[in-house]
Design a protein around this ligand. Sequence first.
Ligand code: TRP
Length: 479
Amino acid sequence: MTERTSIHGQWSNRLMFILAATGSAVGLGNIWKFPYITGENGGGAFVVVYLICIAIVGVPIMMAEIMIGRRGRQSPINTMRSLAKNENAHPAWSLLGWGGVLAGFFILSYYSVIAGWALSYVFRTAVGIFNGVTADGAQNIFSDLVGDPERLLAWHTLFMVMCMAVVARGVRHGLEKAVRILMPALFVLLLVLLAYAYNTGAFQQGLEFLFTPNYTKVFFDCKVINEVESCTFNGEPVLVAMGHAFFTLSLGMGAIMVYGSYMPKQNSITSSAIIIALLDTVVALIAGMAIFPLVFANGLEPSSGPGLIFQTLPIAFGAMPGGQIFGTIFFVLLVFAAWTSGISLIEPAVAWLVENKSMSRLRASIWVGLSVWFLGLGSVFSFNVWSGEEYQLFGKTFFDLLDYLSANIMLPLGGLLIALFAGRYISRSSSVDEFNMGDGFIYKIWRLVIRRVTPVAVVIVFLNATGAIDWLLSKNLPW
Ligand code: TRP
C-alpha cells in the first residue's frame, strides 16, 4: 500500500510540524489569558490544577488528536467520518468534526478582537505614548481603546484579513514561513521582560502569588454561621483550569488534528506532543512570572480581568531603558503569536470546504473569514455599546459567554469524545501502527490514560462545576 498523504500537502519535516503546532499552541492564551485567569482564580492553587490538567489530560489528548489526524489525512470532519467507517463505528462521529469547526469559529471571533488590541498596542508603543506612563495613565489608555467600537472594529478586521491571507496560501507557503523565526524571537523578548520584572522589587510577591498554592481559599467558599465555619467546595476554578489546558494546547476542536494530518508518517507523535506541551507551559509560566511582579509593584489588582497585560506591560515598557523599542517588538511578536494561533482555528473549516465543496483555498478562506469576522462584532460591542447589564446573560457579556462556552464546555467535551474515540473505537492494532512505536511501555501507558484517566477526569470536573457532586454528597446517600 502506498503511504496516504493529505491533498493539502505536508510539512517539510518534523521540526516544521513542531513549530506549526507550537505556533498554534503558544498565543494569546499563554500571554494574555493565562495571567488574567490566574489572577481571577486566586493564583498558585489554580496553577497547580492547570499543570495537572496539562499532564494527564492535555498530553494524552494531543497524542490522540495527532494520531487520528495523521491516520485520516483529511479535514477533521472527513477524517472522523472515514476513520469511523474503517473502525466500524457510527457515522455520527463526524459530528465531532462539525462541533470542532463551530468551536473554532466561536474562539477566533473573540480571539481576533483581542489580537486587535495587541495590534493597536504596537503602534501606541512605537510612537512613545507609554514613555513614563503611570498605572492610572495605562488604565485610561486601555479604557479609551476598548470603549471605542470603531477602533476595535478596524483592528479586528485587520487581524482577520491577516489570518485569511495566510490560510489562503496553504501549508508550506503560508503556515510554515510565519513560524520559523517569530516563535524563538518571542521567547527571547519574554526573557527580557522577565529580567525587568526581576528588578521591580515585587518579584518575590509575584512568584508567591503564582506558585504558592492556597487550596482552601481557591476551592472552598467558607462562611461563618453561628460561630461555626462551614465550607462548600467550589468547582468553578477547576473547570476554568481544565478548560484552559485545552485552550492553551489548542485541543478539543481539531486544530492539532488537522495539523497532524499534514505530518509525515515517519515522525514521532509522542515526543512531538511532549515538546509542544512543554514549550507552551514554559511560555505561560514565564509570562506569569513577568506580569505578576509588575501587577504588585504598581498596586494593580491581579483580578482585573482581560485588560490585565494591557494595563501592566506598558508601565514596564514606559519605565525601562529602550522600552519604546522593546515594547514595540514585544507587541509585534504577540501579534505574531496570535496570528499563528488564529490560522489554526480556521484551518479545519477551510480544509473541509476545499475537500467537499471543491473550492480554492482562497475562496474557502474568504468565506470562513467573513463568517468569523461577522460573529466577532458581538465581542467588539461587548466592551462598549453592549457592555451594560441589559445586554448580559448570567452576568456575562457576549464576549464572556462565547469564551466560557467554547473554552470551558465545547473544548473539554470535544476532548472527551476524542479520548473515547481514540482509546475505545480505534482498534489497538491501528493505533499501534499509527504511533509507530510498537506496543511497548509508553504505548500501554497512553492507552490506559486515554481510556480510563482522561475521560474520568473530564467528567468529574464537569460534574463538579455543575455542583452535582456537592449535591450528591449533601444527600447522605446510603453508600
Ligand atoms: N492555543 C492558542 C492560544 O493559547 C489558541 C488556539 C489556537 C486554540 N488554536 C486553537 C484554542 C484551537 C483552542 C483550540 O492562544
